[in-house]
Write a protein that binds this ligand. Structure first.
Ligand SMILES: *Cc1c(COP(=O)(O)O)cnc(C)c1O
Length: 357
């Protein structure tokens, strides 16, 4: 029996995708081998790899000015790879709106003159600062921010204007809503939230930004090296890329990002609506900055929160415990979470509220 998995990641994949992978697990397309056993340079695997890249381009409207890279190391390795690739003048500006952007900022500081332009740390990351172009330095290589804050449940509802290319961590929002990629120099995302199992990291980078790197940038971290080789410079995470391809095909058939965005807005609207109308539960993020993907909520009482987590888990709603930095509960409702998962959770919350008046 399947449960509704509200984990922040890795998390739910559409059942159709899992069944397809299961069906082909022992013999991909009748070749007598699993995708996990194939050479990454063979004629069975390569079309899957190239299809993954082209589906990303199609679904996100990415022009040929960009490389779509299929890498490893997680979003966390990009905290280092971004400065190592992009710091040419040696300066970059960061906006810190949560735990992951704070980590990215700290790593980047090892490599150059990095300025903290704005942060929402003063209110425990419950809002997104309004930053303007004039807030940034002009002689910088890039501006970095995190589009969706997985732990604190906030989301940038605008793309900042900047005097330099934008580098953005979209790990927990990629493919969940439409994005104008042409406004970015670089986008990166760990795949385990909206795309595939863990092990794959997607980097979308403007080719013109890959011609030069910091001199000490390791070869394996150079975007240009991977880009020129279609991410086959070394062995890629073949199985994760295969599942990503199945999931992207599924999303395309569903109607693409535009259609899944409608579903995501609907799901988030239902859940926030219920929390705001409830006398027991509350969410502390500024309304206009609320995440569509990660919804933290609390009863305001630690014991009652623990009871909720325990009872919801027993009822088939798993991983609702909030991150230790926030406490309470968090429902992550990525693309893979069906609408019924959210409506049934709301029913459970209603019953819990009545029983704990
Ligand atoms: C999950 C997450 C990360 C960390 O990803 P890893 O792949 O585990 O390194 C970084 N940034 C954001 C926004 C995330 O949600």
């Amino acid at each position: 029996m399947r449960v509704y998995n509200f984990s922040a990641g890795p998390t739910m994949l559409p059942e159709d995708v899992l069944l397809e992978a299961q069906k082909e697990l022992l013999s991909l397309g009748g070749c007598g081998m699993s995708v996990m056993e194939l050479s990454h340079r063979g004629k069975q695997y390569e079309p899957i790899h190239m299809e993954c890249i082209s589906l990303f381009k199609e679904l996100m409207g990415i022009s040929d000015d960009y490389y779509v890279l299929l890498l490893q190391g997680g979003a966390s390795l990009q905290f280092e790879a971004v400065p190592l690739n992009l710091l040419i003048k040696g300066r970059a500006d960061y906006v810190v709106t949560g735990n992951f952007s704070s980590k990215a900022y700290k790593e980047a500081k090892k490599f150059g003159d990095i300025k903290l332009t704005a942060t929402s740390e003063d209110k425990n990351y419950t809002y997104i600062p309004k930053v303007k172009k004039k807030d940034f330095r002009t002689d910088i290589d890039y501006v970095h921010y995190t589009a969706n804050n997985t732990i604190f449940g906030s989301r940038w509802n605008y793309i900042p204007e900047a005097p330099a290319p934008l580098a953005c961590d979209m790990s927990s929002s990629i493919l969940s809503e439409e994005v104008d990629v042409s406004k970015f120099g670089l986008i990166y995302a760990g795949a385990q939230k909206n795309v595939a199992p863990a092990g794959l990291t997607v980097v979308i980078v403007k080719k013109s930004l890959t011609e030069q790197t910091m001199p000490l940038c390791p070869t394996m971290l150079k975007y240009g090296v991977h880009g020129k080789d279609n991410s086959l410079y070394n062995t890629p995470p073949c199985f994760a890329i295969y599942v990503a391809t199945l999931n992207l095909r599924y999303l395309k058939k569903f109607g693409g990002v535009k259609e899944i965005q409608k579903v995501n807005e609907y799901k988030a609207g239902l859940l926030y609506g219920h929390i705001d109308n409830s006398k027991l539960f509350s969410n502390h993020v500024a309304k206009e900055d609320r995440s569509l993907m990660n919804v933290p909520f609390t009863t305001g009482n630690e014991e009652l929160d623990a009871k909720f987590v325990k009872e919801s888990n027993a009822a088939g709603f798993v991983s609702l415990k909030g991150h230790r930095l926030v406490g309470g509960m968090r429902a992550s409702i990525y693309n893979g979470m069906p609408v019924e998962g959210v409506t049934e959770l709301i029913d459970f919350m209603k019953k819990f509220e009545t029983a704990n008046k």
